[in-house]
Design a protein around this ligand. Structure first.
Ligand SMILES: NCC(=O)CCC(=O)O
Length: 343
């Protein structure tokens, strides 16, 4: 047994002591490598046709907003320094059909929303989702074959091109195809260029995994039906969560086809993909911290099992550290408020 005396006199001869830089808050600040800035954040917002704002049960702090409330929210976000919003429509089920016809309506809700936002807050960048799932009665991201057993790729891409051009016409800054059809980035780029929208950027949901973390969002926009009503699952177009190489390959295809942003979705469970894509590509990289990531922090904090603010901040920092330039997050507004209050 060692004598207590010996322990007291024990000294390690270390060439480096990393704890030296952790001793005080100011030293830790000097050594900090990664920061989440307001400028990095995109706020996803849900728009509905009419009625008062409605809370989304599983996503505290998120509301379905009517057009007027949406514009007001955008004005507040812009004032806080948030650079962009991503708009998702929650449509009345009566507007949905098998083919998602409403997506081609030049007066559809999301296009009116874009025009209203760009008129009120021109400096705020607006991102729109290019996918058919908000518009289809079956909730799939594309057009089904006659048997309802397959989402037809090329027919769907043609519809997406039409949607993207309508969105560009409405004044959107960034179109964001979230459907995972093959070849859609190149086709959308060509359609936008052909229509004269050479400066409309494309944010590709390039590594979008078939994830259980989307559950609360599907409730929020009323598209939860998809997996239930058809035998077909979204895993026939979204990526297998088990695959890393495939994610990089698909994203590199999107880069080659002209994507201005690549995206990894979800974020927190896919930090390895974010890092690998950051190293593989020079294109601006986005990560989507999805509804389930948001909901689980809220739920655990409500139970008293996690510290809400610390877990929230750590979750975002981890996404930045993994290599994301931009984060789509439902926490965007409160992070911007916190940064403002700190000065
Ligand atoms: N196309 C947008 C989404 O699917 C959002 C998913 C989520 O937040 O869970």
């Amino acid at each position: 047994m060692e004598s207590p005396n010996k322990i007291e006199n024990f000294k390690l001869d270390l060439p480096r002591r990393p704890r030296r830089m952790r001793r005080t808050a100011s030293l830790r600040g000097l050594a900090q490598e990664t920061f989440v800035r307001c400028e990095d954040l995109i706020a996803p917002l849900i728009v509905k046709e009419s009625g008062e704002k409605e809370p989304v049960g599983s996503m505290p702090g998120l509301f379905r907003l009517n057009l007027e409330e949406l514009v007001r929210e955008c004005e507040e976000l812009a004032k806080l320094g948030i650079p962009a919003v991503a708009i998702f429509p929650s449509l009345d089920p009566s507007l949905k059909d098998e083919k998602g016809t409403e997506a081609g309506n030049p007066e559809t809700l999301v296009l009116r929303a874009v025009r209203a936002i760009k008129k009120a807050v021109p400096s705020l960048s607006v991102v729109t989702d290019v996918a058919l799932d908000p518009y289809t009665s079956h909730g799939h991201d594309g057009v089904l074959n006659d048997e309802g057993s397959y989402v037809m790729n090329d027919e769907t891409v043609a519809r997406l091109c039409e949607m993207a051009v309508l969105q560009a016409e409405a004044g959107v800054d960034i179109v964001a195809p979230s459907d995972m059809m093959d070849g859609r980035i190149g086709a959308i780029r060509a359609a936008l260029d052909e229509a004269g929208y050479i400066d409309t950027a494309i944010m590709s949901y390039s590594a979008k995994f078939a994830s259980a973390y989307y559950g609360p969002f599907r409730e929020a926009v009323g598209s939860a039906k998809a997996a239930g009503t058809t035998l077909l699952g979204k895993e026939t177009y979204q990526m297998n969560p088990a695959n890393r190489r495939e994610a990089i390959m698909d994203a590199m295809m999107d880069e080659d086809e002209g994507a201005d942003f690549l995206m990894v979705k979800p974020a927190g469970a896919y930090l390895d993909i974010i890092r690998e894509l950051r190293d593989a590509s020079q294109v601006t990289l986005a990560a989507y911290q999805v509804s389930g990531e948001y909901a689980q922090i809220h739920a655990a904090a409500k139970l008293g099992w996690l510290d809400y603010e610390k877990t929230r901040d750590e979750s975002l920092l981890a996404i930045k550290r993994a290599g994301a330039d931009v984060i789509l997050t439902y926490f965007a507004k409160e992070i911007a408020q916190k940064l403002r209050d700190r000065g």
